[in-house]
Design a binder for this molecule. Structure first.
Ligand SMILES: Nc1ncnc2c1ncn2[C@@H]1O[C@H](COP(=O)(O)OP(=O)(O)OP(=O)(O)O)[C@@H](O)[C@H]1O
Ligand SMILES: [Mg+2]
Length: 218
């Protein structure tokens, strides 16, 4: 069966989508089947030109079907990208997923947001993301990880996903030949989350109920 990962959190721009794509690409590079699932109703699907599957889970019924169907894939990764500031959706997916990952960037705002999400979603884990590779900047951002780890022991991953200059590649229309930095970041992200999965995963709940969000005027 596929490992069901939910990448969520309330705050915008924390790298949910990029991290989801990195994880899928990393899985493929390590020879595991992988699929990315879009759920944000305000985003468009970019299904072509990727080495992993891209599935449309914007409709809750489709999403449930995708999740059920993924149980027949052996050793695969199904990565559900949240977003769109939908607390009820975050909640439901964190219950359905085997592991919920909450990326956060090194900023006070992201730290506050991820702390709220860790409280709201028991069992979820925080992933430092787009972390600077500069030594001085690392020093101050390490303190952010430590502060969070103190408040939520065992629920903060200590190896960050590094800042990747070419990260925008991952969200482009196609991803036919990813550059070396992107492939390296993808393998690294996969390693971090595959290790975390061994420690933190739970078996998905057998019944999956995903709430419909009220349709909002644009
Ligand atoms: N590891 C990284 N290194 C450098 N930049 C990154 C990294 N991850 C994401 N980014 C950049 O950060 C920005 C936000 O990323 P992304 O769209 O993945 O966030 P998001 O949480 O999905 O946002 P939203 O809440 O709008 O869905 C993008 O410009 C992306 O290129
Ligand atoms: Mg996104």
């Amino acid at each position: 069966m596929s490992n069901l990962i939910y990448v969520g959190g309330q705050k915008g721009g924390t790298t949910k989508t990029t991290t989801s794509h990195l994880l899928c690409l990393g899985a493929i590079l390590k020879k595991h089947p992988a699929a990315y699932v879009l759920t944000d109703p305000h985003r468009n699907i970019k299904a072509e030109g990727r080495p992993y599957g891209v599935l449309d889970g914007r409709d809750p019924d489709n999403l449930s079907q995708i999740i059920v169907a993924s149980t027949s894939t052996k050793n695969g990764w199904l990565v559900v990208d949240g977003g769109g500031n939908r607390p009820a959706f975050d909640q439901a997916m964190s219950e359905a997923a085997e592991m919920t990952v909450l990326p956060f960037r090194p900023s006070e705002e992201d730290l506050e947001a991820v702390a709220k999400d860790l409280s709201a979603m028991p069992g979820s884990i925080a992933l430092p993301s787009a972390w600077s590779t500069n030594k001085l900047a690392q020093e101050s951002s390490r303190r952010l990880i430590e502060a969070l780890e103190q408040a939520f022991p065992g629920r903060v991953l200590t190896t960050p996903v590094w800042f990747v200059n070419a990260a925008a590649e991952l969200l482009g229309a196609t991803l036919d030949s990813p550059t070396t930095p992107v492939r390296n970041a993808a393998r690294h992200t996969f390693d971090i989350l595959a290790n975390a999965f061994e420690k933190h995963s739970k078996r998905g709940s057998p019944t999956i109920e995903i709430p419909r969000e009220p349709v909002q005027a644009q």
